[in-house]
Design a protein around this ligand. Structure first.
Ligand code: X2X
Length: 340
């Protein structure tokens, strides 16, 4: 390779990047990468996160001339989200893409963008997350000892699926056994709907649905498709009850151990891939309703206002405004308008 990176070293590094088992990489000249890090996620191999993260990792290896090799462990290969969050905090894992609502078990402010029926479209979502609300959350994440990259990745607007019945109005959620990710806000929202939420990591969702431990779950269409949940779910109700995203996170010590030039290469490439992934998500979610109907799912639309009114009556917004505090709530309302 003309740029000082031996062909053998690049090939070996690239092979490892592809998620093959990590082996000690020694190039023909005997030099090894200065830094060997790992990146984990809970997304299947075909998911836009995994595809775009893989591209960023390969660019980082090439632009750093092999000095920084990041091995990719998608699809819960290192354990569920709560396991990977512990690994990230301890330094056993250096990079991890995680929903702010799951991160909120450690950084409470990280879930504020997921308040039900707050940010209604991508216009408000990106204005908020690339604006003052994202900056507020990233400050909270940095204070916790983790590093958050500037551009949050898209996890889309979430819809409710079920194996028993469609969700047409809030009454259909009464007693509904629904899986939610491990997060106080998700549990609180579905308790406010009168449902029976069960906190389960995404790594266990397919089997929990298949064995009927729960009747349903909620996710954007991309995740329903890439995790093949259409095989164990019949109905999809377009509740669009919240937007979610994946923060790209770094272990603080591992991040600070990188010299400034490598930090710049990592940040530039992760953020560039986040923008590519956002475009992928919109395209995929727009096309997937037809695709999932073709795989046997039955769709229905709902009147969102009835669901929002249920949250108001249950005191959901009052409770969470108190938890986040008026200053943070005001930043949310800067983009969402009056919430609750
Ligand atoms: O766990 C989920 O439902 C998922 C995949 O959407 C998240 O990572 C929040």
């Amino acid at each position: 390779m003309s740029n000082g990176l031996s062909r053998r070293r690049f090939a070996a590094g690239a092979a490892t990047i592809a998620g093959l088992p990590m082996v000690g990489i020694v190039s023909a000249r005997g030099d090894t990468p200065e830094f060997e890090y790992k990146l984990g996620n809970d997304n299947p191999m075909t998911h836009p996160n995994t595809v775009r993260q893989g591209e960023a990792i390969a660019r980082i290896f090439a632009e750093s001339k092999g000095r920084l090799k990041i091995s990719h462990f998608p699809n819960n290969q290192l354990g569920g989200d709560t396991d990977m969050l512990s690994q990230l905090r301890s330094g056993a894992l250096e990079f991890f893409s995680l929903s702010g609502l799951i991160l909120s078990t450690f950084v409470p402010i990280a879930s504020i963008y997921g308040i039900g029926y707050s940010l209604p479209t991508y216009k408000e979502v990106w204005a908020a997350m690339d604006g003052d609300l994202g900056a507020l959350i990233r400050r909270g994440i940095d204070k916790s000892g983790l590093h958050a990259f500037d551009k949050i990745w898209d996890n889309g607007f979430r819809q409710i699926t079920s194996s028993t019945h469609p969700i047409r109005n809030p009454d259909d959620l009464k007693g509904f056994k629904i899986r939610v990710p491990v997060s106080p806000l998700w549990t609180s929202m579905f308790e406010a709907f009168g449902a029976s939420p069960a906190s389960i990591n995404f790594s266990e969702v397919y089997s929990a649905l298949q064995t009927k431990i729960v009747e349903g779950q909620e996710n954007p269409l991309v995740n329903i498709d890439t995790a093949k949940l259409f095989e164990v779910q019949k109905y999809c109700s377009m509740t669009r009850h919240m937007w979610d995203g994946f923060f790209m996170l770094g272990n603080g010590r591992a991040w600070r151990a990188l010299p400034p030039d490598l930090q710049a290469i990592v940040a530039r490439n992760f953020d560039a891939s986040a923008m590519d992934q956002r475009a992928d998500y919109v395209k995929a979610n727009d096309a997937l309703r037809v695709g999932l109907e073709g795989k046997g799912m039955v769709f229905n639309d709902v009147e969102p206002e009835a669901f929002r009114q249920t949250l108001i009556k249950a005191g959901f917004y009052t409770k969470w405004k108190e938890k986040y505090g008026p200053e943070a709530w005001a930043v949310l309302e800067q983009y969402a308008g009056k919430v609750g």
